[in-house]
Write a protein that binds this ligand. Structure first.
Ligand code: SAH
Length: 201
């Protein structure tokens, strides 16, 4: 598949212009492993080692769009992985904090994100959030949570948005939470969230 094809698809789907611009600017081929570069614009998740995956482009763009990121926003991402989602967010937000639990992926994404001056990569169990820099305008979980992560709401600003795939190990609902509302945006499949509030397996 071609990047242009995905861009046309996102336009038809009504994805916000700024989100499409961010997708145009950030090179997914730079974040995937060398051996998968030729598949960078296939709309599929790709392995990044350590049993983890970089989500498919359409999922990343769907979530980014739903998060409604503003230029003034402070955003927390839980699950840095390759660093691609954080890079996309960096084009839309003021500051991005992103946490990764696996040391090798922390090292990998930190290197990849070196040039992204408004992204801070932190090695930490993000299932508890990241109190240090809270409250956030937006929080995005990019790993599957077994329960509604209500405990993260206290790290969210009054009108903030929390987006998280919630379900079991095989399928999840994309949940959009604010302090007074919860809605489901459809079914997705993510790798499991580990750590204190994650899956133990
Ligand atoms: N957003 C990533 C893909 C995420 S894959 C990208 O753009 O490439 C999910 C990631 O969440 C994996 O790297 C996994 O190691 C990480 N993860 C799982 N549980 C975590 C936790 N409790 N805290 C931080 N990271 C976690």
């Amino acid at each position: 598949m071609q990047k242009d094809y995905l861009i046309r698809k996102f336009m038809l789907e009504g994805i916000r212009k700024e989100v499409i611009e961010a997708f145009k600017k950030i090179k997914r081929e730079y974040f995937v492993l060398k051996e998968y570069k030729k598949y960078a614009y296939d709309d599929v998740p790709l392995p990044i080692g350590h049993d983890q995956t970089i989500s498919q482009p359409s999922t990343i763009i769907f979530m980014t769009n739903a998060l409604d990121v503003k230029k003034t926003d402070k955003v927390l991402e839980i699950g840095t992985g390759s660093g691609y989602q954080a890079a996309i967010l960096s084009k839309l937000a003021k500051q991005v904090y992103t946490t990764e639990i696996i040391d090798e992926l922390y090292q990998y994404s930190k290197e990849k994100l070196k040039k992204f001056k408004n992204v801070k990569v932190i090695k930490k169990d993000g299932s508890e959030g990241l109190e240090e820099y809270s409250p956030y305008d937006k929080i995005i979980l990019t790993a599957a949570s077994k329960e509604f992560p209500r405990h993260l709401l206290k790290q969210l600003k009054e009108n903030g948005i929390l987006l998280a795939p919630v379900g079991n190990l095989y399928v999840q609902d994309m949940i959009k939470m604010t302090k007074d509302k919860i809605e489901s945006l459809g079914k997705f499949v993510f790798v499991p969230l580990k750590g204190k509030y994650g899956f133990t397996q």
